[in-house]
Ligand binder design. Structure first.
Ligand SMILES: [Zn+2]
Length: 287
């Protein structure tokens, strides 16, 4: 059922963030997992269909003025992927500057670059989808309640919000206050990296072989933090003190592995202060 008051507010919004703020204002009592179909219906989506178009994983059909839309999703999608695809197409539908007829691929649904107009639109739809399925205030307090960072929190978050592990990891990296990064590895090759804002520049890119150390941990050792070799992961200038890096990893039977890298920012600050103090205490010559 369309919600006229919500639609009026949404009409004034031009970015994923303003759209999300308007939706949260109208649904202050949201609980997880978010009922994405109910929200989509209240915003003008009339119907959800199964998709049989080759090459596309989800589509949006809307009238020119985008007053009404139909979202279709590949019939074989898991519930978490289906929910993300619906939220993504709702983003295309509500972002005023974007066309209302879309055929999106799996690549589009993972896009986070903005270097072409097409990629930028896909990235905006993904930002909207992540923010709708994992609203910042709910997600942040959920993460805080989980306690000290641990790789085991990621599948917990994915299950609670009914999103894919990739979606939960990306949102976590975007919102966390901690200094961490994630790498998805498949059969020994890095597929995807997701650093948090404060994480130092990664030297590992998608397509690179995974550092050997992550392959040598036993599958059951998920809860332990191992020291990571900074040279395996970071591009750090030679004259800079290297941070102490730790990692956890979890492995699945299908050759898939997730790695979480972590820097204890408070400990690094203390070490920096200590190094500075030592430098100042050193006797100075030539005076
Ligand atoms: Zn799209």
């Amino acid at each position: 059922m369309k919600n006229a008051a919500l639609l009026k507010d949404l009409a004034d919004c031009a970015s994923p963030e303003t759209l999300l703020a308007a939706i949260l204002k109208h649904y202050p009592q949201l609980t997880v997992p978010i009922d994405v179909e109910a929200i989509a219906r209240s915003a003008g989506i009339a119907e959800f269909r199964d998709l049989d178009v080759d090459g596309a994983t989800s589509t949006l059909m809307a009238d020119i003025a985008k007053t009404q839309g139909i979202i279709s999703v590949a019939a074989g999608f898991s519930a978490p992927r289906r929910r993300f695809a619906i939220a993504h197409q709702l983003g295309h539908f509500l972002l005023k500057a974007q066309r209302g007829d879309r055929q999106c691929t799996s690549r589009d649904l993972a896009e986070n670059r903005r270097d072409t107009p097409h990629r930028k639109e896909e990235m905006q739809a993904n930002r909207f989808a992540a923010g709708l399925l994992m609203p910042k205030p709910l997600f942040a307090s959920f993460v805080a309640d989980l306690g000290k960072p641990a790789i085991a929190h990621l599948p917990t978050l994915a299950a609670a919000y009914r999103v894919t592990l990739e979606a939960a990891v990306s949102r976590y990296a975007d919102l966390t206050q901690t200094t961490c990064a994630f790498a998805f590895i498949k059969d020994g090759t890095v597929r995807l990296t997701r650093p948090s804002r404060s994480f130092p520049a990664l030297s590992v890119r998608s397509g690179d072989p995974a550092p050997a150390a992550v392959g040598s941990t036993a599958p059951k050792e998920e809860t332990a933090w191992f020291p990571a070799d900074v040279r395996d992961w970071l591009s750090i200038a030679r004259d800079v003190r290297q941070p102490r890096l730790a990692f956890q990893t979890s492995r699945k039977a299908n050759g898939f592995q997730l790695v979480m890298l972590y820097v204890d920012a408070a400990a690094e600050r203390r070490a920096d202060e200590e190094a500075e103090k030592l430098a100042n205490e050193r006797p100075r010559f030539g005076r």
